[in-house]
Design a protein around this ligand. Structure first.
Ligand SMILES: C[S@@+](CC[C@H](N)C(=O)[O-])C[C@H]1O[C@@H](n2cnc3c(N)ncnc32)[C@H](O)[C@@H]1O
Length: 276
């Protein structure tokens, strides 16, 4: 019997069947009535029971949000740099990085790096930039666009913000621009950012403020209609951050609907420190 026909599945195999990370799958397991058995500390799943459960429509919304996100960025990757010039230009990273520059010689992470917008600027000062993204297509564009010199500093890594492939206490700073509103579980990702930061390390986030343009969910694969600042503050506090500041960035993200409506959504920056 080949692997694709195996009836009894481990947690990893069941997650693959759902095409989500094991963390996302564990959340489904906690919150929904997924058919599962626990043997000692190990989860076991029946392929047939899982496929029947999916076919009954139980998990479709949750799983498809993650898949839609990947499909959207695979589709826009070749033109993303052009789109970005119209969305938010170059000013945003200058504002952000001049306010919170990496120390020379430091190791930093750019989560949801896309085509390497922040990573490129960070590589001018940092010793190592771990640039991670869930979309292989976006990373491929980054790999083609970045110079050989930049690629000596920037490590392009495929991975999920909810489950980062970095050691605890390994990064001096963690940056993420316009990532949170694409995530299924921003609080879980923020806990990951905290985990991988060294003591006294700083998180630097930027994203769009809360808005009511519902079409961004369908047309731009946004999961959140911007981020509510009070909610973000709670996520940062819950993760353990201190010295939290959330502030106006002084720039907007411009985006257009298929029906031809163009809107400008104001952006915020946020920071916090992992205390000693
Ligand atoms: C709006 S783009 C921003 C890209 C980049 N930070 C920039 O400023 O140009 C959002 C990026 O987040 C990535 N992304 C979405 N969900 C992710 C996840 N769970 N883990 C890591 N990256 C993710 C997308 O693939 C995409 O490249």
């Amino acid at each position: 019997m080949s692997d694709t026909e195996k009836e009894v599945l481990s947690l990893e195999e069941a997650s693959q069947l759902f095409q989500v990370s094991t963390k996302t799958f564990l959340k489904l397991l906690r919150e929904d009535n997924i058919p599962a058995r626990k043997i000692g500390r190990e989860w076991r799943f029946s392929r047939t029971a899982l496929l029947n459960w999916i076919a009954a429509g139980n998990s479709r919304e949750y799983v498809s949000a993650e898949e839609d996100n990947k499909a959207y960025f695979a589709q826009v990757a070749p033109v993303y740099d052009e789109m970005r010039k119209d969305f938010y230009g170059e000013a945003l990273r200058d504002i952000l990085i001049s306010r919170f520059p990496p120390e020379p010689g430091s190791t930093v992470a750019d989560i949801g790096t896309g085509t390497g917008y922040l990573a490129k600027k960070l590589s001018e000062t940092a010793r190592v930039v771990n640039a991670i993204d869930i979309s292989p297509a976006m990373l491929e564009v980054a790999r083609k666009d970045l110079s050989q010199q930049e690629l000596k500093t920037i490590r392009l890594i495929e991975g999920d913000a909810h489950d980062l492939p970095f050691e605890d206490d390994s990064q001096d700073m963690v940056y993420a621009n316009l990532l949170l509103h694409h995530l299924l579980e921003p609080p879980l990702a923020i806990k990951e950012f905290y985990r991988i930061l060294k003591t006294q390390g700083r998180i630097v986030l930027s994203d769009i403020n809360r808005h009511n343009y519902q079409w961004t969910k369908v047309e731009k694969s946004d999961i959140w209609l911007g981020i509510e600042r009070s909610e973000l503050k709670r996520w940062l506090l819950d993760a353990g951050f201190s010295e939290i500041e959330i502030f106006d960035l002084g720039c907007n993200c411009r985006t257009s609907s298929k029906s031809g409506v163009t809107v400008e959504i104001s952006m915020f920056g946020a920071t916090g420190v992992k205390p000693s």
